[in-house]
Design a protein around this ligand. Structure first.
Ligand code: FAD
Ligand code: SIN
Length: 546
C-alpha cells in the first residue's frame, strides 16, 4: 500500500512531535513510529532542559560551558543560536501545557518566569528547568496530547521504517541502490500489526528517530534506541559525523533486576557525592570540579576506580541531605530505588556508567537539512555541531526543541516550492522468495555479540588493539547479517540488528580514524588532545553505487 502526505515524520519523541505540530497547519502530516507514540528516549529524560533563565546567569556563560564540554570542536555559531533560542522554546512548552517546577516565593527571573532551576555537571549556573525528576515524560505527554487531537496529523504506531526512498531507488533483491545528487521522497515501512511493508511518500521527510544506546550491552536507553535513522541515512548516502563520541552516563543503577535505570545527574547537582565501596570520596583525585565535572571526566574516573579496585560498582551518596528534601525533589527516583530495596535517604545507591547519548549522527545544517534534498534530521539522530566531543548535560532536549523549530520553518518555506512527486518508478517492496525463518537464534546471537563486543572493545577507554579486534568482529557479523537479511522474511528484530551493526561499524571507523583523545573519545595509544591535527569533525559518507 502507498501512503502520501506533505510531511513524513519518522519518530515520535520530542523532536518529531514538535516538528509535526509546527508544520501541521501548512499541510498533511504523517508520523510513523515503531512502538506506541510515547515510547522514546524523551519519555525517560529525568534532569531537565538547560536554559538561561536566572537573573544571575547569561547567554555567554551557557555558551562557554557548552564549548568547554565540547572540548574544542563545537560549532560556535550553532552553540550561540541554540543557547539564545532556549528561553523561547521553554515558554512554548509552558504554553503547550508542560508543568515545570516553580520556585518557592514569587521572585521573577530573566524571562519574567518563576521557574525552579537546578544544576548539573559542567554548568556554571543553575539553569536546568525541570518537571520533578521526570521532565521528559511531562514534555512527551503534553506534545502527545496536542498531536493526537490535530486533524492534519495521521499517526501510524507500531510501524518501523526500514529504509529511505530516493529518486534513484531501485531494488535489487531488496537492496537499495542510490546515486548522488539525489533527493528523498519517502520510506519503506514495516507494519508490525500486519507484517506488510508499505511505502510512505512525502514532499519533506524528517528523521527524528533518536539515539543508539542499544549498540552497547549496558545503556540508560529504552529498547527503541537502535540508531535506525543514522543507519538508514548512511545507507542512502547522507553524511554522518562524529560517531566516536558516545556519551556514557556516570550513574546508572547497579542492581540485578534493574534494566536501564538512570540516576539523574541532578542528584549530584543537589549535593550527592560519589564514594568507593570503602565509603571514600574519589572525584577530588580526578577533577577540581569534583562530582560536578563534565560527564566524560566522571565516567572515566569511575571506570578507573572500578579497574583499580576490582569493584563492580561505586556508590552515589546523598544521605547527608534532609530526607524530606530528597523525597520532594526526586519523587520518582526515591520510589524506584525503594522498589529495588534501596532507601536513598538512608543508603548510598550502587551505580555504574552506561551508554547514554550519541553526540554524532546525521550531519545537518543550522535548519536540520541533510546533504540529501528534502531529508531533514533532528534531535538525537542528528549531528548539528552543538555538542562537539561531549554533550553538556540537559542540552539534548534543548537541541531537539530548537532544531524542530528551525526545521519546521525551513520545511514550510521549502514546501511551497516543491512539486509533489509520486513515485511512478517505485517498485513495491519485493520479498518474494523470502521465507519465514525459524533461525531466530541467529538474530539473538548476533545482537548479543555486537553489544558485548562494543562494550568490551569500544567503551569508555579504547585502544588501537581493541579497535582493530572490534573491526574484524563487526565486519564478520555484518557480512553474516547481509547474507541472512536478503534470504529471510524481514522482522523488526532483523531490521534493528542490521541497524545496530551499521551504527557499531560507524562508531568503530570514526574511533579508529581519530588518533588523539578528546572529549568522550579516549584512546590509551594517544592519551593527549592534538589540536594541530584533530581539531575537526570526523565525517563519513557511503561510497555511491549505480
Ligand atoms: P527519542 O525521544 O528517542 O524519539 C525517537 C523516536 O523514534 C521514538 O518514538 C522511536 O520509537 C522512533 N523510532 C526510532 N526508530 C524508528 C524507526 N525505524 N521507525 C519508526 N520509528 C522509529 N536529555 C536532556 O536534555 N535532559 C535530560 O534530563 C535527559 N535525561 C535523559 C534520561 C534518560 C534515561 C535518557 C535515555 C536520555 C536522557 N536525555 C536527556 C537525552 C534525551 O532524552 C534524548 O536525547 C532526547 O529525548 C531525544 O529526543 P528525540 O526526539 O531525538 O528521540
Ligand atoms: C540526567 O538527568 O542525568 C540526564 C541529563 C542528560 O542526559 O542531559
Amino acid at each position: 500500500m502507498e501512503h502520501e502526505s506533505d510531511f513524513l515524520v519518522i519518530g515520535s519523541g520530542v523532536a518529531g512531535l514538535l516538528f509535526a505540530l509546527k508544520v501541521a497547519d501548512h499541510g498533511s502530516v504523517t508520523i510513523v513510529t515503531k512502538k506506541n507514540i510515547s515510547e522514546s528516549n524523551t519519555a525517560y529524560a529525568q534532569g531537565g532542559i538547560a536554559s538561561v533563565i536566572a537573573q544571575t546567569d547569561s547567554f555567554d556563560a551557557h555558551v562557554q560551558d557548552t564549548l568547554a564540554s565540547g572540548d574544542g570542536i563545537c560549532n560556535k555559531r550553532v552553540v550561540e543560536m541554540v543557547v539564545r533560542g532556549a528561553p523561547e522554546r521553554i515558554q512554548e512548552l509552558i504554553d503547550l501545557g508542560v508543568q515545570f517546577n516553580r520556585k518557592r516565593g514569587n521572585s521573577k527571573d530573566l524571562a519574567g518566569l518563576d521557574l525552579d532551576l537546578c544544576r548539573e555537571g559542567g554548568h556554571s549556573h543553575n539553569r536546568i528547568v525541570h518537571a520533578d525528576d521526570l521532565t521528559g515524560r511531562a514534555v512527551e505527554e503534553a506534545l502527545v496530547d496536542r498531536v493526537m487531537s490535530h486533524k492534519q496529523i495521521t499517526l501510524f504506531e507500531n510501524n518501523i521504517a526500514i529504509d529511505l526512498l530516493t529518486r534513484s531507488t531501485r531494488l535489487q533483491r531488496g537492496m537499495i541502490v542510490t546515486t548522488h545528487e539525489d533527493y528523498c521522497y519517502g520510506a519503506y515501512v514495516l507494519d508490525r500489526n500486519t507484517n506488510e511493508i508499505n511505502t510512505f511518500c512525502a514532499k519533506t521527510i524528517v528523521l527524528a528517530t533518536g539515539g543508539a544506546g542499544k549498540v552497547y550491552m549496558y545503556t540508560s536507553n529504552p529498547d527503541i534506541a537502535t540508531g535506525d535513522g543514522i543507519a538508514m541515512a548512511y545507507r542512502t548516502g547522507a553524511t554522518v559525523a562524529n560517531m566516536e563520541f558516545v556519551q556514557f552516563h556516570p550513574t546508572c543503577l547497579y542492581h540485578p533486576d534493574a534494566k536501564n535505570f538512570l540516576i539523574s545527574e541532578a542528584v549530584r547537582g543537589d549535593g550527592a557525592i560519589l564514594i568507593n565501596t570503602d565509603g571514600k570520596p574519589f572525584m577530588e583525585n580526578y577533577s577540581p570540579l569534583k562530582d560536578l565535572a563534565c560527564r566524560d571526566v566522571v565516567a572515566r574516573a569511575i571506570d578507573a576506580e572500578l579497574k583499580k579496585r576490582g569493584d563492580e560498582f561505586v556508590f552515589l551518596d546523598i544521605t547527608h541531605k534532609n530526607a524530606d528534601f530528597i523525597k520532594t525533589r526526586f519523587p520518582n527516583l526515591y520510589e524506584k530505588c525503594l522498589n529495588f530495596g534501596i532507601d536513598m535517604t538512608a543508603d548510598p545507591i550502587p551505580v555504574v556508567p552506561a551508554a547514554h547519548y550519541m553526540c554524532g549522527g546525521v550531519a545537518t545544517d543550522i535548519n536540520g537539512r541533510t546533504n540529501i534534498q528534502r531529508l531533514f534530521a533532528i534531535g538525537e539522530t542528528a549531528c548539528t555541531g552543538l555538542h562537539g566531543a561531549n554533550r553538556l548535560a540537559s542540552n539534548s532536549l534543548l537541541e531537539a526543541l530548537v532544531y524542530a523549530n528551525n526545521a519546521a520553518i525551513q520545511a514550510i518555506k521549502d514546501h511551497q516550492n516543491v512539486e509533489f512527486e509520486t513515485s511512478p518508478q517505485l517498485p513495491p517492496w519485493d520479498d518474494l522468495g523470502a521465507i519465514d525463518s525459524d533461525e531466530v537464534i541467529m538474530v539473538t546471537h548476533s545482537w548479543n555479540a555486537i553489544r558485548r563486543m562494543m562494550w568490551n572493545y569500544v567503551g569508555i577507554v579504547r585502544s588501537d588493539k581493541r579497535l582493530e579486534r572490534a573491526t574484524r568482529r563487526v565486519e564478520m557479523i555484518r557480512d553474516e547479517i547481509n547474507e541472512y537479511y536478503w534470504d529471510f522474511k524481514i522482522t523488526p528484530d532483523l531490521i534493528e540488528l542490521r541497524n545496530i551493526t551499521t551504527v557499531a561499524e560507524l562508531i568503530i571507523r570514526c574511533a579508529r580514524h581519530r588518533k588523539e583523545s578528546r572529549g568522550l573519545h579516549y584512546n590509551i595509544a594517544y592519551p593527549e588532545k592534538d589540536d594541530r591535527k584533530w581539531n575537526k569533525d570526523t565525517v563519513l559518507r557511503r561510497p555511491f553505487v549505480g
